[in-house]
Design a binder for this molecule. Sequence first.
Ligand SMILES: C[S@@+](CC[C@H](N)C(=O)[O-])C[C@H]1O[C@@H](n2cnc3c(N)ncnc32)[C@H](O)[C@@H]1O
Length: 240
Amino acid sequence: MGKQDNIYEAGNLSGLPFTFNQEVAEVFEDMIDRSVPGYKTSLNIIRYLSKKYYQINTNCYDIGCSLGASSASILDGASSPKVIAIDNSEAMIDECMRRFKSQIDSKFIQFRSEDIMQSKLENASVVVINYVIQFLDLGQRDELIKKIYHSLIPGGILILSEKVHFTNRFETNRIYKTHHSFKALNGYSEMEIAGKRDSLEGVLITETENDHLERAINCGFTRSEKILSNLNFRTFKFIK
Ligand SMILES: C[S@@+](CC[C@H](N)C(=O)[O-])C[C@H]1O[C@@H](n2cnc3c(N)ncnc32)[C@H](O)[C@@H]1O
C-alpha cells in the first residue's frame, strides 16, 4: 500500500487540474479506495471473470492500468495468462515496473507506456478498462470501444467500470450527496473533497449507464450486463 492521500489538504492546490502525475501515483491506492465505492469488489469480479473467460494462447489487456491492481486480479484469476497493461502516465508505469518485476521477468505481464488511442490490441479474450473511459474525450470513446471489440476473439469479454450520472437531475444530486458522505466517512475533509472536485472539473466527464450500454451494443457486443452498482459507480460485462 502506498502513502495516504493528503494532496488536497488545506492550502495545497498542487493538483489543479487533476493529472495522473508522480504525486498522484504515490497515493493512488489510498485515493481510489477511499473515493470509489465498490472498488475492491470490482477487482474481485475481474479476478473471477478472468478465470472464467480467459482462453489459452490469447492476450488479456488492462487498459489504463494505473498501479496494476486490475492486472493483479487478472494474473490471480486466469491460469498462466499473457497480460498487457497500458497507461500513458509514466509515473504509474515506472511504479508498475518495480512492483511486478518477477511477473515481468516470467513473461506473464508486460507494461506499455502509451496512449490507449494509439495502442495495438489483438487476439484478446479478456479486456479490462476500470474507471478510465471517463478521462477520455467524449469523441474518442466510440472509437476505443470499437477497437476493443475488434481485438476480442469470439466469446471474449470486456469488463468496464465507470462513474456515471443520471438523466434525472434530482437523482444525480441525491446520489452525489451520498457519495460525498462516503468520502467524508473515509476521512476526507470538506476542503479535500471540494479541492478534488474542482481539480477534476472538465477532466473526469461522466456519462449515463445507458450511454455505456448503448455504445457497447452499437459497437457490436451481443451480450451486455450490469454486474455492479455502487452509488454512482457501475461495472458492466460485455461479451463478443
Ligand atoms: C482511475 S485510473 C484507473 C484505475 C485502474 N484501472 C485500477 O483498476 O486501479 C485511470 C488511469 O487511466 C490512465 N489513462 C487516462 N487516459 C489514458 C489514455 N488516453 N491512455 C492510457 N492511459 C490513460 C491514467 O493515467 C490513469 O492511470
